[in-house]
Structures are given as structure tokens and as C-alpha cells.
Ligand binder design. Structure first.
Ligand SMILES: C[S@@+](CC[C@H](N)C(=O)[O-])C[C@H]1O[C@@H](n2cnc3c(N)ncnc32)[C@H](O)[C@@H]1O
Length: 156
């Protein structure tokens, strides 16, 4: 039985080739998927094509950004918890700093971090991409203590 939907179901479709008519949708959402898409420029061109005039693109994007990851880390475990917690936290922080340095080196050299992402957005790379796609950011929420970013953008 086919469930009733008020929206088209595009199972199996690719963002680079969206099976929707020109100017037919109000909003396009990338839910932690933009960095998995092989040809992001083609996907954004497709979004532009299917959006109605005044339509918006919402990005829900996790950032692989050592700076954002560092500021998401809190000092809370050092000050609260059992007597041994501060000692464990110091060891954890030293290891975390080592991991961040490794991450920064890999990002600088464009070395893949895994085999499921096509690219890794830092805050800077994400903003540069929006500018390249001629999208104007209209709203943004950086989720506190996390690397999650929500951004709304409209074609210029
Ligand atoms: C991290 S998952 C996110 C899944 C889902 N959006 C969610 O919030 O649970 C990344 C998704 O990107 C999808 N994806 C990868 N390449 C794609 C492409 N070219 N077009 C559309 N989706 C793609 C994958 O199928 C995968 O489901």
C-alpha cells in the first residue's frame, strides 16, 4: 500500500539530477547530506532550478573544523564529577588536542578522513562555497557545544 503523502517521494534520486519540475518547490533541505554528494556544484544548480522564486535552501551541516570542535569542548568535566574525573579529563584533553592537530594536517593536505564523505566542511570552506554558489545566507544557527550548523540561504 502506498502511504498518502503531501510531498513527492524521491527514493533513489540523486541531488545532481532531481526529478522535479522547474520552479516547483518552496524549500530544499540538505540534512547532513551535502558533504556526501559527489558533485555539489551540480546539486546546487539543481536546487536553483527546482526552487520557486523566493524559495530557500536549508543546510544542516556537521563541520569538520578543529577550531569549532575545540570551542565545542567544555571545561565542565574538570570541575564536576567524582574525585578522579579531573585527572581523566586532563588525559582526555591532551589526546583531544593531538587528534585536532592530526585533523588539521589532514584537512590542509586534502587527505580523506573516511570513505563516506566527498569533502569536509570547515566554517570557512562552507562560507566560501555559499559565495561560490552565489547564495546569500539569511539565517544561521551554530548549535552550542556541537559541530552542527544550520544555515538558510537564498539564491542571489
Ligand atoms: C549522513 S546521511 C544523512 C541521511 C538523512 N538525511 C538523515 O538526516 O538521516 C547522508 C545521506 O546522503 C545521501 N547521498 C549521498 N550522495 C547523494 C546524492 N548524490 N544525492 C542525494 N543524496 C545523496 C546518502 O544516501 C545518505 O543517506
Amino acid at each position: 500500500m502506498t502511504p498518502y503523502r503531501t510531498y513527492p517521494c524521491l527514493v533513489g534520486a540523486l541531488a545532481e539530477d532531481i526529478p522535479l519540475k522547474d520552479g516547483s518547490v518552496d524549500i530544499v533541505l540538505f540534512a547532513t547530506s551535502l558533504d556526501h554528494i559527489e558533485d555539489e556544484d551540480a546539486a546546487i544548480d539543481e536546487c536553483r532550478r527546482v526552487l520557486k522564486p523566493g524559495g530557500r535552501i536549508i543546510f544542516w551541516q556537521g563541520l569538520y573544523d578543529p577550531r569549532v570542535m575545540a570551542s565545542a569542548k567544555t571545561f565542565e568535566p574538570i570541575f564536576f564529577g567524582r574525585w578522579w574525573r579531573p585527572w581523566a579529563a586532563v588525559a582526555e584533553y591532551v589526546y583531544f588536542a593531538h587528534r585536532l592537530r592530526k585533523l588539521r594536517r589532514k584537512l590542509e593536505k586534502n587527505i580523506p578522513l573516511d570513505d563516506v564523505h566527498a569533502r569536509y566542511y570547515t566554517r570557512e570552506r562552507f562560507d566560501e562555497s555559499l559565495a561560490r554558489w552565489k547564495l546569500r545566507k539569511t539565517r544561521e544557527i551554530a548549535v552550542p557545544n556541537s559541530t552542527g550548523l544550520f544555515a538558510e540561504a537564498v539564491p542571489r
